[in-house]
Design a protein around this ligand. Structure first.
Ligand code: GN1
Ligand code: MG
Length: 361
């Protein structure tokens, strides 16, 4: 297969696979380019997809050992009638990854006939997304938090993201600040708003922390959700993180970097379908957690937006970008969604109350 493999040749990728306990033969590869952080390849044998081979971005994830231990632990519990298990293929060394001169690599099983969606307009998909995220949390609910490493400490911490934004702003050129003027003003305003909304008394859980729609695998045939993928950010967090990240990518029928803002939506029928899916599980959320969900729907797009803005101001040092202003465009889209979510705050509270049955709003 003559396919573009980015910085790697087929020989190099095959040499990495030789360090894993899998059938030894010459494989072919397809690069999967949806992520902003890792390098991901689908591994084929005679046209049949068998594994996912992935180079973990060591600059972003400094503690590879801790990260892989988190995933190993969680994978043991992430299985069941309505949840497809993914397995890590061990390296010859017995570890779950190999350290190679080009970085840290891992191999996982590929689920046949699976697919992902970047966006959706289908209520069945939104329902299934809600169901599988609830299931994920139920399967991990009894895991001791102290067994899990923070792979990126304070990943969704508003205060940290504010400090990083202010530091980038202080160093940025006048020209960049002028171009990003509206985004900077919106950030300053939202930082005040969100800080005042922050609620305490919430239980911590083992969270996925990157539950955007395309991190959920679906069956091509039945449209059922199979499982969550991309568990690098699996660590302690609050349920509203996972809720907000899913909602921002499900009720918005446009991609997260949509530049035509009139296409960015907050579709109520998808919000409600997601809640129905979540509620199809046994109930597991506390009253306080349910109350914090609308906050999560504002917090998550805003956090991603301010992180993209910070990276734009810093000169694109964190996310992979395809063009110079991509981070700013992503920020503006994410902020536009945040505004649309804000105008739906009362609606969200009402429907959450109806669907998840938490009283006393
Ligand atoms: C990054 O590379 P990817 O798509 O898995 C980011 C997430 C964002 C996402 C898209 C470690 O994840 O937080 O949701 O881009 N992951 C990290 O906005 O920063
Ligand atoms: Mg990710």
């Amino acid at each position: 297969m003559a396919i573009e493999l980015g910085n790697y040749s087929e020989e190099e990728l095959n040499a990495i696979l030789k360090e894993f306990k899998i059938v030894q033969k010459e494989y072919s590869f397809k690069s999967l380019t949806a992520g902003y952080i890792n390098d991901t390849f689908l591994v084929f044998s005679e046209e049949k997809p068998l594994f996912i081979l992935q180079r973990i971005n060591h600059k972003v994830f400094e503690n590879i050992e801790g990260l892989m231990m988190n995933i190993n632990r969680a994978f043991k519990h992430l299985k069941g009638v309505d949840y497809n298990q993914i397995k890590l293929m061990p390296a010859l060394s017995g570890k779950a990854y190999v350290s190679h001169k080009s970085g840290y690599w891992r191999v996982m099983t590929y689920i046949a006939n699976s697919t992902t969606h970047n966006t959706t307009t289908e209520p069945e998909i939104a329902f299934e997304a809600g169901r599988i995220i609830g299931k994920f949390h139920i399967l991990l609910a009894n895991e001791p938090l102290e067994h899990y490493t923070d792979t990126i400490p304070k990943f969704h911490d508003l205060e940290l993201r504010k400090m990083q934004f202010l530091a980038a702003l202080a160093r940025a050129s006048e020209e960049k600040k002028e171009i990003a003027k509206n985004a900077i003003l919106f950030s300053q305003d939202m930082l005040v708003k969100l800080t005042s909304m922050h609620s305490s008394h919430l239980p911590q859980r083992v969270c996925h922390n990157d539950t955007k729609l395309n991190n959920i695998l679906f069956s091509r045939e039945t449209k059922k959700a199979l499982c969550l993928i991309d568990l690098d950010t699996l660590m302690t967090g609050y349920f509203h993180f996972d809720f907000g990240d899913a909602i921002r990518t499900i009720v918005n029928t446009a991609p997260e970097d949509e530049q035509e803002h009139s296409k960015i939506t907050f579709e109520k029928y998808l919000f409600e379908a997601f809640l129905d899916g979540l509620a199809s599980n046994d109930s597991f959320l506390t009253h306080e957690e349910i109350k914090a969900l609308p906050y999560g729907v504002l917090l998550m797009p805003f956090l991603h937006g301010i992180r993209a803005l910070t990276d734009y101001l810093n000169g694109n040092i964190y996310y992979k970008v395809a063009y110079e202003n991509q981070n700013l465009d992503r920020c503006l889209s994410l902020f536009d969604f945040t505004k649309k979510a804000l105008s739906n705050s009362d609606y969200m509270k009402k429907v959450l109350f109806e669907k998840l049955k938490s009283s006393e709003y």
